[in-house]
Ligand binder design. Structure first.
Ligand code: SF4
Length: 944
């Protein structure tokens, strides 16, 4: 029996160390209290911009994460068969040598044979750069199966999206709408914001099929049917347009609503902007009765009408196209009510409230500011309607267009980047054109032409070869998913297994539980990871995996690189990656080893740099081949992406007095530690609003190094890049999609936000056989699979029932704790259920990622997570049901490749309780490399 005692004395701590939480993606500041060299407790950092002292259940339970028995303790080499979980401890020298010997031949010969994918990685500034320097285009983090639709739709439409890109103006808003959010991503700030709204008696409208979490405390709940949010939003737009309740002045100033779009049915320029000889979009000036460049000062733009531009070219303003589209009766509340499950009266009432709040309750701040045309204004108008949306909207095959529709609604109300509305956080807004296009391979031993992930704008930027074959293993940036800004991680293993478009030699993953809750078709993925060729070799030849804990994925790797806990390593929450800024301030932060590891583990980022140096990757070694960085901390301080710009923006310059730009400061990390683990600097007063069009903000952003020249944003209501892909699908241009994808591109790539039925339901041979939807919600107390192994958080949720709507229970005679079979076109699971009426009547749901495989995460085999817990993943396939052309497509959004988790359609029937074990039930995994199989109790001895 192993024994370990945590300090239980009531005396105060010896020392407090301030760092950044990693118990979810939110990145709050925490004070870690130490006593006798052990963590005594964790509290929120009151000075920190993200949480201002607020700490959630997950954050305080970080102590149990740090001491978790499932922590990996040393590098491991597989000795049994893959999946058996049999390993032999090896030294770090041996582990690094092994990794390098597998990667070196690939680097020298064919870098794309390395597929390097990371999960909830908060160091993509490093990991993406490492992949670029290695020369493999096969890199992404987990965004493609999380919320890429939200991020990509926001960047393409207005230069930023929700969460890390911007936030509601909690202090001034007078009406708040939240879509598709249970408890995810922006965790503590949303809770704090909602309390501010409650204090001020501000109404919240929550749109979500399930009424839990934020939806449960909302003033009005819209229990929408999954996948129909776009239709609901377009119906609101229909109402606003019909009533003339849109902010025309705002649309003229800040959007492409007045731009002229060529109308030339069947022509190669149909749907493109009419442009002058310098390539500037044209606007029709009513006073001059002619087309002028959009950048011309003092014009009176026409918003309606068709104009003759000479030589037979006819064009209409974007606003006219928009009004024509959404005025259509198909978007009327009466016509969308049945599909969305929302009454026409409720839709009409919400549209009225939006318009009333935006226009009758406007906010005026008297403050001088100058726009990008050099015109000075003496006031700032606020339209106090704020919105927030996240994964529930995003994770559908129609998610990109739905996310765009929400942004269109915000913009029509004039509520973006103004007092009381939605406000960008630096370094956003940044137009999609200011982001690099995805880097292309440059040959063996050479870096990619740019970062592996980026934003493309025309077919010529696709990552496909001369025959149109995808260049990436996940087929991102191919005709199958052209705008896939975060890659398609959910397709990597199945494509590598199928050798489509080619096989890989090494699969290298970090913090991604791909053999369990992070994959669709988890059983199939396990089979793919263990499949062998006729010669007896694994189809995926080598798998390197790094994680801090013995997750289900560990058993499937050949080499394990054990990571530290988040309290034992350096990290930077960088402006080069996903910053923690506020609407009024720029900020970044660090993690640092507030505890020294007591095991033979190393921070993954340091290990990655060490492997890079051993491979001799450019930027990681000097001209003599010596490593440039001793470890990740050294990289954080000394790496410069370009002169003066490094991973951390604060305390730069030799003496630490510079912000944004400045030479490396050898004491930078200590300066962060001394400052509480973060750095923050206020945006100048005159630069705080209308950042997309504010001269003072743009100048300040250049000074800070966000970009090298001003990057104002014109909000793209009409997204011309989509029109270019539609034109290609209609046969125009040199870059042509494969024939079988043409109609899908024409149908889905509408330059104005559009709605189409989610693919899974649409492609079922018999849709009526699966009449219900099934979705997951993230519990407030847990963050993916990490949480459900945590000794404290497990006391909140130990298993996850399937919540079934009351009318279905009545029909099937179900009562609480009955067992049911749930089936989809792909599989069948047996689970325990509970009745609920706080849900859309056609939707059942469960908590995300509670179910565990027996033996994993150092939990006992009879832990409720493994006996009663379950995953919906077994019902979801990475491929859609067969289509008319006989082909099966990835279960993704056709524009971005976002994994369409929430398109799942199911049926349900009563089951016998049997042995009380949820199905499928997999064999027990070995407890691979965990520090202990003992139970962890705070304040008591560890005991079996
Ligand atoms: S919201 Fe997330 S980052 Fe903040 S304290 Fe909770 S777990 Fe930690």
């Amino acid at each position: 029996m192993s024994r370990h005692i945590l300090d239980t004395s009531p005396s105060v701590s010896d020392e407090v160390r301030k760092t950044t939480c990693y118990m979810c993606a939110c990145r709050c500041g925490i004070n870690v209290h130490l006593k006798d060299g052990k963590i005594r407790y964790i509290e929120g950092n009151k000075d920190h911009p993200v949480n201002q002292g607020v700490l959630c259940a997950k954050g305080s339970a970080g102590i149990m994460q740090h001491y978790a028995p499932s922590r990996l303790s040393q590098p491991l080499k597989r000795v049994g068969e893959r999946g058996e979980g049999k390993f032999e401890p090896i030294s770090w020298d041996e582990a690094l040598e092994m990794a390098t010997s597998w990667l070196q031949p690939i680097y020298k010969k064919d870098p794309k044979k390395l597929a390097f994918f990371t999960g909830r990685d908060q160091s993509q500034g490093l990991t993406g750069w490492w992949a670029q320097q290695f020369g493999t285009q096969n890199f992404a983090a987990h965004g493609g199966f999380c919320s890429v639709n939200m991020a990509a739709a926001g960047i393409y439409t207005m230069g930023g999206a929700f969460w890390e890109f911007g936030s509601p103006d909690w202090e001034r808003t007078k009406l708040f709408m939240i879509f598709g959010v249970a408890e995810d991503h922006d965790s503590n700030p949303i809770k704090m914001g909602l309390s501010r709204l409650k204090e001020r008696n501000v109404k919240t409208i929550a749109v979500n099929p399930v009424r839990t979490g934020y939806n449960a405390i909302a003033d009005e709940w819209v229990g929408i049917r999954p996948g129909t949010d776009g239709l609901f939003v377009m119906s609101l737009i229909h109402q606003l347009i019909a009533a003339g309740r849109v902010d025309i002045d705002y649309l003229i100033r800040y959007t492409n609503a007045p731009y002229l779009v060529i109308r030339n049915e069947g022509g190669a320029d149909d749907g493109l902007f009419a442009r002058d000889k310098d390539g500037q979009p044209l606007i029709w000036d009513r006073k001059k009765a002619k087309a002028v460049s959009a950048s011309t000062k003092q014009i009176s733009p026409a918003m309606q009408g068709e104009f003759d531009l000479g030589k037979g070219v006819k064009a209409v303003p974007v606003f006219q196209l928009l009004a024509e589209k959404y005025a259509d009766d198909s978007f009327s509340p009466d016509n969308v009510a049945q599909k969305t499950g929302i009454s026409a009266d409720q839709i009409r009432a919400i549209a009225d409230q939006l318009a009333h709040t935006a226009f009758e309750e406007e906010i005026v701040i008297k403050r001088k500011w100058t726009d990008m045309k050099g015109e000075t204004h003496d006031k700032i108008i606020g339209r106090p309607v704020a919105m927030h949306a996240m994964r529930g909207i995003s994770a559908h095959s129609n998610g990109f267009q739905t996310c765009r529709a929400i942004h269109l609604l915000q913009i029509l109300l004039g509520s973006v980047e103004c007092p009381g509305g939605f406000r960008f956080k630096p370094t956003y807004p940044k137009p999609s054109s200011a982001h690099p296009a995805p880097g292309k391979p440059a040959g063996a031993g050479k870096p990619l032409s740019g970062p592996p992930l980026g934003y493309l704008h025309e077919p010529e930027q696709l990552l496909v070869d001369d025959k149109g074959t995808p260049l990436r293993i996940d087929k991102a940036y191919s005709w199958e998913a052209p705008f896939s800004a975060h890659g398609l991680m959910h397709m990597v293993i199945s494509n590598a297994f199928a050798g489509d478009p080619y096989p890989v030699d090494v699969l290298f993953m970090y913090m991604a539980n791909m053999s369990w809750n992070s994959s669709m078709n988890s059983r199939g993925v396990m089979d793919m990871l263990t499949a062998k060729t006729e010669d007896g070799d694994y189809v995926i030849p080598k798998i390197i995996y790094s994680d801090a804990y013995s997750s289900e994925m560990v058993a499937f790797a050949d080499l394990i690189l054990p990571d530290t806990t988040y309290l034992e390593r350096h990290d930077c929450i960088s402006l080069l990656d996903r910053p923690i800024c506020e609407a009024d301030a720029v900020a970044d932060s660090i993690r640092w080893p507030v505890m020294e590891p007591d095991r033979d583990v190393k921070g993954f980022q340091s290990v990655l740099l060490a492997i890079g140096a051993k491979l001799g990757l450019p930027g990681m070694v000097d001209e003599t081949g010596k490593p440039l960085y001793a470890d990740y901390a050294d990289y954080i301080i000394n790496h410069q992406r370009k002169p003066g710009i490094g991973p951390l923006a604060g305390f730069r310059g030799a003496d630490g007095t510079k912000s944004g730009r400045g030479e490396p400061n050898p004491n930078q990390i200590q300066a962060y530690i001394d400052n509480g683990g973060f750095w923050i600097e206020e945006i100048p007063e005159e630069a705080k609003f209308y950042k997309h069009a504010n001269e003072a903000y743009q100048d300040w952003a250049v000074e800070m190094g966000f970009y090298d020249s001003p990057q104002p944003v014109t909000f793209q209501l009409w997204l011309e890049p989509l029109a270019k892909f539609q034109l290609a699908a209609k046969g125009h241009g040199n870059m042509q999609p494969p024939d079988h994808l043409r109609q899908r591109i024409i149908d889905c790539f509408d330059p104005l936000p559009s709605w189409y039925a989610p693919f899974e339901g649409d492609l079922l041979a018999d849709e009526a056989a699966y009449p219900y939807h099934a979705i997951t919600q993230r519990p407030a107390a847990m963050y993916h699979s990490w949480g459900s192994q945590n000794a404290w958080l497990r006391q909140i949720h130990t298993s996850n029932p399937l919540y079934v709507p009351g009318p279905i229970c009545d029909e099937l005679g179900l009562v609480d704790d009955d067992w049911v079979w749930v089936s989809s076109h792909h599989g069948k699971i047996k689970v325990q259920m509970k009745r609920t009426d706080a849900v859309n009547a056609q939707t059942m749901w469960t908590w995300n990622a509670i179910g565990k495989r027996k033996g994993a995460w150092a939990l006992s085999a009879d832990a409720p997570e493994a006996t009663k817990g379950f995953l919906l993943n077994h019902l979801i396939h990475e491929l859609l049901p067969g289509s008319d052309d006989g082909l099966r497509w990835s279960n993704s959004d056709p524009i971005t490749g976002q994994a369409a988790w929430y398109d799942l359609r199911v049926n349900i029937e009563k089951a016998e309780a049997g042995d009380g074990q949820s199905q499928p039930d997999f064999s027990q995994q070995d407890n691979q490399g965990s520090v202990s199989d003992a139970e962890l109790r705070y304040g008591q001895e560890w005991s079996k």
